[in-house]
Write a protein that binds this ligand. Structure first.
Ligand code: BTN
Length: 253
């Protein structure tokens, strides 16, 4: 805590030994009115959540798991910048701190090669069409040397990639500083500058992707990311389709 150098994110910092899910824990604090920027980190999650109802495991001291809460003064359709900005910040932090050549897999996984290093899950609480708060949860694989069999072929860790053990407290402080800078300098929005940077670090662009429309599978090429952080896919017939983060399969990664 002593070396955390931020004004908003993590100013109110809660570190837990064990928790079900830092997102869920923070949701309770959010309902109780905790201040914007509150951050909860845990050494272990017993019921960590991934996107699309998946499980995200954090065992004692193998990864970094944390969530932060924001109370943005924005409508639900205006908060689409938070997750891509968070992904961009974490990607840059890992590149600078570890030297790993990681990329963003749209919408918000961080991968290296075709293996995942980081997952991000944003949830929001909205009432009367105003956003009450957003919770962004980030899980980073740090010390893992193995993964459950089902994901072993598509997951990796900082240790597996570099052969080095990093100081997790120090690295967490760096990640939080990158997050604060990216979110605040862009005013929580996917600005032109941030979008350009996101695009240059995005491994999905130019790849073959498939998605479902009206229960039909469509195949195309990921063309670009738009201002809302959505993926624009070009089909073989030349038409452009905007896909949101539901379920897209990217081939090769
Ligand atoms: C995904 O890739 O599907 C998203 C994974 C998000 C995991 C993080 S770990 C901290 C926070 N707490 C949770 O329960 N999930 C997120």
């Amino acid at each position: 805590k002593s070396h955390l150098n931020t004004n908003l994110i993590g100013k109110n910092l809660i570190v837990l030994d064990s928790v079900t899910s830092t997102n869920d824990y923070l949701k309770t604090l959010g309902a109780e009115g905790c201040e914007s920027g509150t951050l909860v980190a845990a050494r272990e999650q017993t019921k960590g959540k991934g996107r699309l109802g998946r499980v995200w495991q954090t065992k004692k001291d193998d990864g970094i798991a944390f969530s932060f809460l924001l109370r943005p003064d924005l409508a639900p359709n205006e908060i689409t910048g938070i997750t891509p900005l968070a992904g961009l910040a974490v990607c840059k932090a890992i590149r600078d701190y570890t030297g790993i050549d990681c990329k963003i897999k749209w919408p918000n996984d961080i991968i290296t090669g075709h293996k995942k290093l980081v997952g991000i899950l944003t949830e929001l609480s909205a009432e009367f069409s105003a956003v009450e708060y957003t919770i962004t949860g980030i899980g980073i694989n740090v010390e893992h040397t193995q993964f459950p069999q089902e994901i072993a072929h598509k997951a990796t860790s900082i240790f597996l990639e570099t052969g080095k053990h990093i100081d997790r407290n120090d690295f967490l402080a760096v990640v939080i500083e990158y997050l604060e800078r990216e979110l605040l300098t862009n005013d929580l929005r996917l600005t032109e500058k941030a979008l350009k940077e996101y695009t240059s670090l995005c491994a999905t662009i130019g790849r073959n992707v498939s998605f479902f429309r009206n229960s039909q599978q469509l195949n195309g090429v990921a063309e670009k990311i738009d201002n809302n952080g959505e993926l624009v896919v070009k089909l073989e017939d030349g038409t452009l389709h905007t896909v949101n983060s539901g379920e897209v399969t990217v081939q090769g990664i």
